[in-house]
Each structure stands twice: as C-alpha cells, then as structure tokens.
Design a protein around this ligand. Structure first.
Ligand code: HEC
Ligand code: HEC
Ligand code: HEC
Ligand code: HEC
Ligand code: HEC
Ligand code: HEC
Ligand code: HEC
Ligand code: HEC
Length: 457
C-alpha cells in the first residue's frame, strides 16, 4: 500500500512554508522606510537624529570641499570650532603615551570633507577593541542594556505613534547605544570624567529611573559630594582606589563596558525571582563588589533587604492589578477601550481594543488615552513603585518611604474608585433604553489632541 503524506501535517507545513518567508519579507519591508526600526515607514527623522543615530541618518556636509590630512583639519577648525580643537588638544588622543601615533580628527571623521562620518561605536572599536567588544557583547543579556537601547526606543510603537515633539528626546538618551560619547563626552574623551556620577545622570534621572536622586541621597553619594573633589580620578575603578563608590564603580566594575551583566531586578517593572541559579551567581558578584569596602555578610543582608522591599511592593501592585482585571472582565472600566480613541496606528476595525493592564500591555498607559483608573494604576506601578525600588537598590531610605506611602495611597484610591465604578455600572445596566445611556465616545473620540494625532504621526 502506498503511503500518503498525512494531510494534517501537510496543511500546517504549507502554511509555515508560505508564512515564514512572508513574515521576514514583511519585517524587511517595514524596516525599509524613511525612518529606522520596525515602524520605519510610519515616521520621518528630524535633522538632529543624524547626530543621535549617525549610522541610520548622518549625511556629510558638502559645504567644504577637499581631502585634508590631520594637521590641516586641526588648523582650519582652530578658527571654525575652537572649543572642539581645545578639548581635543587636552585629550589623550592628541598626546597618547609611549610611541603611539596622534589620533587626529580624520581618524574618527575621515579625510574627505564631502564624505565625513560621525563615528559609530565600531569606529572607536577599530582602536579600542576591548571596550567595544564588551559593549557589543552586552546584547546577549537582552533588554534593558546599553547596546540595545536604540532598538528599544525605535521599536516602541508609541515612538512612531506620537507627535515628534513628545518623543524626540527618546533618541537623545537611547543614543547610548549608537555612539561612544555618552559617558566620556567629545572631544575630551576622558576616562576620569566617565568615572564620576555626573556622567550617568544626564540620562538616569527622573521619575521612572531616579538613580540620580537616590544615589545622591545615599551615604555613598553624600561622601562623593563632601569629598569627591579631592579624590584622584585618574585611577581605575578598582578596590582600594576610591573611598566610596560611584555609579560606574558599581555598574561597570573593573572598567568592564557593560551594565546589564549583574542586573537582577532590571528596570523594576516586573517581579523577578532573585533566587534562580543565574540570579544567585549575579548576587554573589554584587556581594564581592560591596566587599571591596564592607563586610561580606553585612553586604548580603543589605541586598536581601532590597529583595524584601520588592516583595512588599509587588504584593501591593498585584492587589491593584487584580482590582483592575476584575473590573475589566465585568466590563466596568469606563470609558472602555471601545469608547475611547484607538491608538493612532491601529484602526477602528481592529479586534484588539481592550483595556491594557499588566506588564506586557500596561506600558501603553504612559502614552495613550486610558481611563482614569488605568492611569492611577500606571502612576503607582511606574513611578511610585520605581521610586521605592531605586531607594532600596541605592540605599536611600527616604525614597523607600516616599514610594511606599504613595503606593498605599494609590491602592486605597483605586479601591474606592473601583467601588464607585461598580455602583455606577449597576445603575447603568438597569437602564433599558440605550438612548438614555451615557455615551462618552463623542467627546473622547473627537478631542483636539486626538484629531491632531490622527493626522500628524
Ligand atoms: C578649510 C577649512 C576646513 C578644513 C581644512 C576642515 N574643515 Fe571641517 N568644517 C569646516 C567648516 C566651515 C565646517 C562647517 C560646515 C557646515 O556647517 O556646512 C566644517 C564641519 C566639519 C564637521 C561637522 C559636520 C557636521 O555634519 O556637523 C566635521 C565632523 C568636520 N568638519 C571634520 C573635519 C575633518 C575630519 C577635517 C580634516 C580631514 C576637516 N574637517 C577639515 C571647515 C574645515
Ligand atoms: C576619537 C574620535 C574623534 C576625534 C579624534 C575627533 N572627533 Fe569630532 N566627533 C567625535 C564624535 C563621537 C562626535 C559626535 C558624533 C555624534 O554626535 O553622533 C563628534 C562630533 C564632531 C562634530 C559635530 C558635532 C559638534 O559637536 O559640533 C564636529 C564639528 C567635530 N566632531 C569636529 C572634530 C574636529 C575638528 C576634530 C579634530 C580637532 C575632531 N572632531 C576629532 C569623535 C571624534
Ligand atoms: C586611531 C585609533 C583610535 C581611535 C579611532 C579612537 N581612539 Fe581613543 N585612544 C587612542 C589612543 C592611542 C589613546 C591613548 C592611549 C594611551 O595614551 O595609552 C586613546 C585613548 C582613549 C581614551 C582614554 C582617555 C583617558 O582619559 O585615559 C578614551 C576614553 C578613548 N580613547 C575613547 C575613544 C572613543 C570614544 C573613540 C571613538 C569616538 C576613540 N577613542 C577612537 C586611539 C584611538
Ligand atoms: C546617553 C544616555 C545614558 C547615559 C549617559 C548612561 N546611560 Fe545607562 N541607560 C541608558 C538607557 C537609555 C538605558 C535603557 C536601555 C534599554 O532600554 O534597553 C540604560 C540602562 C542602564 C542600566 C540598566 C541595565 C539593566 O540590565 O537593567 C544600567 C545599570 C545603566 N544604564 C547604568 C549606567 C551607568 C552606570 C552610567 C554612567 C557610567 C550610564 N548608565 C550612563 C542611557 C544612558
Ligand atoms: C532622560 C533620558 C531618557 C529619555 C528621554 C527616554 N528614556 Fe527610555 N530609558 C532611559 C533609561 C535610563 C532607562 C533604563 C532605566 C533602568 O533600567 O532603570 C530607560 C528604559 C526604557 C525602556 C525599558 C527598557 C526595557 O527593556 O524594559 C523603554 C521601552 C524605553 N526606555 C523607551 C523609551 C521611549 C520610547 C522614549 C521616548 C518616549 C524614552 N525611552 C525616553 C532613559 C530615557
Ligand atoms: C556607560 C558609560 C560609558 C560608555 C557608554 C562608554 N564608556 Fe568608555 N569608559 C567608561 C568608564 C566608567 C571608564 C573608566 C573605567 C575604569 O576606571 O576602569 C571608561 C574608560 C574607557 C577607556 C579607557 C580605558 C583605560 O583603561 O584607560 C576607553 C578606551 C573607552 N572607555 C572606550 C569606550 C568606547 C570605545 C566606547 C563605545 C563602545 C565607550 N568607551 C563607551 C564609561 C563608558
Ligand atoms: C553601591 C553600588 C551602587 C552605586 C554607587 C549605584 N548603584 Fe545602581 N544599583 C545598585 C544595585 C545593587 C542595584 C540593584 C541590582 C539588582 O539586583 O538588579 C542597582 C540598580 C540600578 C539600576 C537598575 C538596573 C539594575 O542593574 O538592576 C540602574 C539603571 C542603576 N542602578 C543605575 C545607577 C546610576 C545611574 C547610579 C549613579 C547615579 C548608580 N546606579 C549607583 C548598586 C549601585
Ligand atoms: C568603594 C567602597 C564602597 C563600596 C564598593 C560600597 N560601599 Fe557602601 N559605604 C562605603 C562607605 C565609606 C560608607 C560610609 C560608612 C559610614 O557610614 O560610616 C558606606 C555606607 C553604606 C551604607 C550606609 C550604612 C549606614 O550605616 O548608614 C549602606 C547601606 C551601604 N554602604 C551599602 C553598600 C552596598 C549594598 C554595596 C554594594 C552594592 C556597597 N555599599 C558598596 C563604601 C563602599
């Protein structure tokens, strides 16, 4: 008897054979627009993006013509951009140690003035293989990480969805991935500068990531403020060289150009188990680091206190989340997803108009129209929770207190509002005549902001 290929395998196989290449084709097509990333077809770059993301957007000026050697660049630019040349002269690139050749403007930007480039990390990597290699290797830890930061911002749907004025700064901070002058600024490119906390806080401050605030409230930050001026910043960040740690001392220990390798709680917006095998290894690295200056067991206890704080926080967050989810399943969140404007890149006919709650969907509440209660939960989860988290991570008791007090207050508010929604919802359900029901769509779906957004992505 002849065996036939079973139909129940053939159909899925055919679907896979067609859909996989189509999928790849679709992603490629989406990435081939004027912008960059997954939604490149839905937005246009601003001129400044050439500097924040030079690989995708920089095009050389053609106002100056000629091929020049390094000395000629310096001579003319002494008049055109004296600040740049002065910084460069002070830098190690202008006077490297030993027999090494001077690193000129042209080594980073090219010799032909009509075909200049702004150096991406791989240009620096041609001489600084170790730092560049470590930097790129960080990708294996996934998000969040410095080397994936640009993709993270570009592939966020709201980056494409929202008006430019609201999202442009995303790339400024997330450019930490696309150029090497975030921590050692151009054109000094100083290691000493990068060792200090000021190098990080241009990006690491503000409500969702108050690293700046919590570090400077901690004993470590206070010591830095009191005595830091007298420390010898030319020394590498290793045991014995500094009396108190800075951001880079803890997060880039021994000068390793990675910040994600020891990260357990990460950004702080989802619960993790600190006791997985992988996390125990990371925790041990943290304890070893603290032991540069503290006793081991003492350090381990301090980090356990952070885990305990996280457990307390997540108990409150899950409670709030479950209140929202039960309202959602009873169709009592108001205005519901169907009654409010859909996200600009979605269409009215999409099936997925539902209220977004929790780690995978809830982040949209930062950027889109949601109901008041969903926004309350977002504030609690993203801002109050992260206030407490960074307080615990960095040894700032005042932020732990502030974060938890705010979360307690939010939880109570959410509970009260939920009770009221249930009460009103029941009244509404008793009204039999649809005409008499309150319909907020008209107001919500045609506001000035919504209409503007729809036409100006
Ligand atoms: C004869 C003078 C002159 C010389 C020589 C010269 N430049 Fe320039 N360079 C300029 C001027 C003027 C500008 C501003 C051009 C503009 O804004 O349109 C400029 C702009 C630049 C920029 C900024 C481009 C941008 O898009 O912002 C870089 C980078 C640069 N020069 C690098 C170099 C390098 C590298 C060399 C040597 C290979 C060099 N320059 C030699 C005059 C000069
Ligand atoms: C070690 C590499 C390196 C060297 C050497 C270097 N640059 Fe740059 N330069 C950079 C980087 C990195 C940027 C920032 C690129 C970006 O914003 O994407 C930059 C940006 C610039 C810009 C445009 C942005 C601005 O700040 O105005 C100019 C102009 C410039 N460089 C000129 C020079 C001149 C002139 C010299 C020589 C005196 C020089 N560069 C030497 C790395 C270098
Ligand atoms: C052509 C080779 C070359 C390129 C390209 C290059 N560098 Fe350098 N860099 C050097 C040399 C040489 C030194 C000096 C090392 C020494 O003195 O031993 C140096 C030193 C440094 C230092 C140490 C400064 C200090 O304070 O100790 C930093 C930071 C640095 N470079 C960053 C960069 C960055 C960022 C880029 C890309 C924008 C870059 N370099 C591109 C060759 C290069
Ligand atoms: C130019 C902006 C910028 C600067 C400067 C900067 N960072 Fe970041 N950092 C970011 C961004 C953006 C992310 C989030 C990346 C993502 O979305 O994946 C991040 C993420 C991190 C993380 C989280 C890693 C994880 O796995 O959770 C740490 C830790 C970190 N940075 C430490 C530092 C330290 C220490 C410094 C200073 C030495 C510093 N950063 C300087 C922009 C910056
Ligand atoms: C002031 C600098 C700054 C700006 C502006 C900024 N970010 Fe970030 N972003 C960060 C830092 C720092 C982190 C990481 C914080 C941490 O790990 O604690 C981060 C984290 C993130 C994360 C979470 C990373 C993850 O993998 O979980 C996303 C997504 C993100 N940013 C997207 C954006 C988008 C989109 C915008 C613009 C609307 C934006 N960011 C604007 C600095 C910034
Ligand atoms: C998040 C901040 C940050 C970023 C981004 C960063 N660096 Fe650094 N870099 C530092 C710190 C901190 C030090 C000092 C390390 C130490 O003391 O051991 C440093 C030191 C260096 C040194 C001097 C090393 C030495 O031993 O003298 C070089 C070279 C360097 N970085 C190159 C790069 C290159 C290339 C890139 C881009 C791939 C880059 N850096 C991006 C923070 C950063
Ligand atoms: C004494 C060491 C220490 C110092 C100094 C320090 N941090 Fe942290 N930081 C930690 C610890 C510990 C965590 C929690 C790590 C974990 O378990 O995930 C953390 C968490 C973070 C996170 C979340 C990502 C992660 O790794 O979990 C960021 C981002 C961060 N710190 C940035 C900074 C910045 C920016 C500064 C300086 C303003 C700074 N830190 C100073 C120890 C330090
Ligand atoms: C480079 C040295 C150094 C490193 C590394 C370091 N610390 Fe500290 N730490 C200090 C100094 C100095 C003090 C101030 C001691 C005092 O209050 O008398 C301090 C104070 C503290 C305090 C406040 C103690 C109190 O009694 O008020 C805490 C908590 C703390 N460190 C936790 C940590 C943790 C956790 C780590 C590792 C993630 C760490 N430290 C890494 C030097 C360091």
């Amino acid at each position: 008897m002849k065996r036939r290929f079973p139909l129940y395998l053939l159909v899925p196989l055919l679907i896979a054979l067609i859909s996989v290449p189509t999928g790849f084709f679709y992603v490629d097509w989406n990435k081939s627009g004027e912008g960059a990333g997954l939604y490149s077809r839905d937005w246009k770059p601003e001129a400044i993006f050439a500097y924040w993301n030079p690989k995708d957007f920089y095009q050389s000026v053609d106002t100056v013509v000629g091929v020049f050697d390094g000395e000629q660049c310096v001579q003319c630019h002494q008049g055109v951009t004296p600040g740049i040349v002065n910084d460069w002269r002070k830098s190690r690139h202008a006077k490297p140690s030993g027999q090494q050749a001077t690193v000129y403007c042209s080594d980073c930007h090219g010799n032909n003035h009509e075909d200049l480039h702004l150096p991406t990390p791989d240009v620096c990597g041609s001489c600084h293989d170790k730092q560049h290699g470590e930097f790129i290797d960080e990708k294996r830890y996934g998000f969040p990480s410095h080397s994936l930061a640009m993709e993270r911002a570009l592939d966020a749907k709201h980056f494409a969805d929202k008006p430019k004025a609201e999202v442009t700064a995303c790339l400024q901070c997330h450019s930490v991935a696309s150029k090497c002058d975030s921590c050692h600024t151009r054109h000094l490119f100083s290691a000493a500068e990068a060792r200090r906390p000021e190098a990080c806080i241009t990006c690491h401050s503000g409500p969702p990531h108050p690293d700046d605030e919590t570090y400077f409230h901690s004993k470590h930050g206070q010591l830095y403020l009191a005595e830091g001026e007298n420390w010898d910043w030319s020394k590498p960040l290793s045991k014995g060289n500094y009396p108190a740690p800075t951001c880079a001392y803890c997060h880039m220990d021994a000068g390793k150009h990675q910040v994600a390798d020891k990260s357990i709680w990460q950004f702080g917006i989802k619960q993790v188990n600190p006791l997985t095998a992988g996390n125990i290894v990371k925790r041990k690295q943290w304890i070893d680091l603290c032991s540069d200056c503290h006793e081991k067991d003492w350090s381990a206890d301090r980090l356990k206190e952070m885990d305990a704080e996280r457990k307390r926080a997540w108990k409150k967050l899950y409670k709030a989340e479950s209140i929202l989810k039960s309202l959602r399943s009873d169709k009592l969140l108001f205005p519901s997803a169907k009654q409010r404007p859909f996200y600009p890149m979605n269409s009215e006919s999409d099936l997925l108009h539902y209220e977004r709650i929790g780690f995978f969907e809830g982040q949209a509440s930062a950027f889109y129209n949601v109901s008041a209660l969903e926004r309350d939960y977002f504030e609690m989860w993203y801002f109050e929770n992260l206030t407490a988290y960074k307080g615990a991570a960095h040894g700032d008791a005042s932020f732990i207190k502030k974060g938890h007090e705010a979360m307690d207050k939010s939880l109570k508010l959410i509970q009260d509002k939920a009770d009221r929604l249930r009460f009103i919802g029941e009244l509404e359900n008793n009204i039999k005549n649809d005409q008499q029901k309150y319909a907020p769509e008209k107001l919500w779906k045609n506001g000035e902001y919504t209409l503007y957004n729809r036409d100006n992505n």
